[in-house]
Design a protein around this ligand. Structure first.
Ligand code: CA
Ligand code: CA
Length: 122
């Protein structure tokens, strides 16, 4: 990557659906014309909300994703994280107003990495 001479200019695009229930934020943090992060906020009919945050690499591939769903009363939320962008959630966290508990990932054949394995990058 040669970033010499590049003028960094952050650019954020905010779109709202006609009914106001969906807000989409697209952010190009380094001004290279490629969106680095997209955040979708959806308000459901039952009052719950979903926030979907995706981070992208310069070639447009997803590097990580977090989907958070909040209950209508705001007392609990569930966050699902795909830490490596392979489309499979690696971590699920449930927050409630009183406690927070970790839910281990499904011990499925889909998971290529155990959640307990440290994600060390060399
Ligand atoms: Ca960018
Ligand atoms: Ca993953």
């Amino acid at each position: 990557m040669d970033g010499a001479g590049t003028v960094l200019r952050e650019r954020t695009v905010n779109e709202t659906s006609a009914d106001g229930r969906i807000v989409k934020l697209s952010r190009d943090a380094n001004g290279d014309g490629v969106v680095d992060r997209v955040k979708d906020m959806v308000q459901h009919v039952d009052g719950s909300t979903t926030i979907d945050v995706r981070d992208f690499n310069p070639s447009g591939g997803i590097t990580s994703r977090t989907v958070t769903t909040k209950s209508a009363d705001g007392r609990s939320s569930t966050a699902q994280q795909d830490l490596d962008g392979d489309g499979i959630y690696d971590r699920s966290t449930v927050h409630t107003s009183a406690t927070m508990l970790m839910v281990p990932p499904r011990s499925g054949s889909n998971s290529i990495r155990s959640a307990t394995e440290p994600a060390t990058v060399q």
